[in-house]
Design a protein around this ligand. Structure first.
Ligand code: NAD
Length: 285
């Protein structure tokens, strides 16, 4: 039987409705609007679209958005000055620096300059440490969305075998930690993994975060598995594709996320949620 589709658009839409209600109640109680500042450096068109979509989503959910579009020639020092200003701004509860930054800027000190209390993306070393300890404050948005999607199937994660393909700091590693904290037995695969298909075939849950079109084939999937496709790849004709060979895998999996309309919309919803939670911490609500 074909897999059930985990509809990221619908899940994200419901989350945004819930967040808007929460924001409205919080605002009535405290007079505070959760504020998110998005910082974009340079003219990367894909990044500009992401930042614009984040701003629209903020406005629709009743958050207060600030957008900073800095020129490509912005120096490390100028960017740091802006971040320090946002750290001190009481209207702002979440700061997001859109990656990738231009090559002349060293992103590590920039991400570390963002206050750990406003780190909406959860990339600051303090928040990474809290995540490792199993006591996250800000959970990175895409991994948080992945877990929400798995939980939306109604299947328990406890005791399941999970395989995460990809070990990046922003997706693979945090997803693996979140699954481990939910009592899955987790294997992380990467470019040096030997016989990756055999490892994958053991998995009840597969999370693909590689960045290669059609990398995960149906031969790698156990019958009935939950398959979450984080990949966003551009085909030659300009259309979007995930890391999973969707059609054949759909015939074998139990649940599967599409691309587009899967993990992507969840990421923005989780960013809003992180900002609202941060505003509540500031207000001690
Ligand atoms: P990355 O390039 O930092 O990491 C890719 C990982 O894949 C690496 O750990 C690498 O070891 C692994 N890998 C590469 N080739 C492999 C191979 N042949 N076999 C096994 N593993 C291999 O990428 P990332 O930032 O983690 O992103 C991964 C994908 O997810 C990209 O397509 C990206 O666009 C997408 N992404 C989507 C969202 C979203 O909101 N949906 C957010 C972040 C990233």
């Amino acid at each position: 039987m074909a897999a059930q589709i985990i509809d990221g658009k619908a899940l994200a839409q419901q989350l945004r409705i819930d967040i808007a209600k929460d924001v409205s109640e919080f605002n009535e109680r405290t007079g505070i609007r959760p504020g998110l500042a998005a910082v974009l450096v340079g003219g990367d068109p894909a990044s500009a679209i992401y930042v614009r979509n984040k701003k629209i989503a903020c406005e629709k959910a009743g958050l207060y958005p600030e957008e900073y579009k800095l020129p490509e020639a912005t120096t490390q020092g100028e960017l740091l000055t802006l971040i320090h200003k946002l750290n001190a701004d009481p209207k702002i509860h979440g700061i997001l620096v859109q990656l990738p930054l231009p090559k002349h800027i060293d992103s590590k000190p920039i991400l570390e300059a963002v206050s750990q209390h406003k780190d909406a993306d959860g990339f600051h070393p303090y928040n990474v440490g809290r995540l490792v300890e199993g006591e996250p404050v800000f959970t990175p948005c895409t991994p948080k969305g992945v877990i929400h999607m798995i939980e939306s199937t109604g299947q328990s994660i406890t005791g399941k075998r999970a395989v995460v393909i990809g070990r990046s700091n922003i997706v693979g590693k945090p997803v693996a930690l979140l699954l481990m904290h939910r009592h899955a037995t987790v294997t992380v695969c990467h470019s040096r993994t030997q016989d990756l298909p055999a490892v994958c075939r053991e998995a009840d849950i597969v999370v693909a975060a590689i960045g290669r079109t059609q990398f995960v084939t149906s031969e790698m999937i156990k019958e009935g598995a939950i398959v979450i496709d984080v990949g966003i790849n551009r085909r030659e004709d300009g259309s979007l594709a995930g890391d999973v060979d969707f059609e054949p895998v759909k015939e074998k999996a139990g649940w599967i996320t599409p691309v587009p309309g899967g993990v992507g919309p969840m990421t923005i919803a989780m960013l809003l949620q992180n900002t609202v939670e941060s505003a509540k911490r500031f207000a001690k609500q």
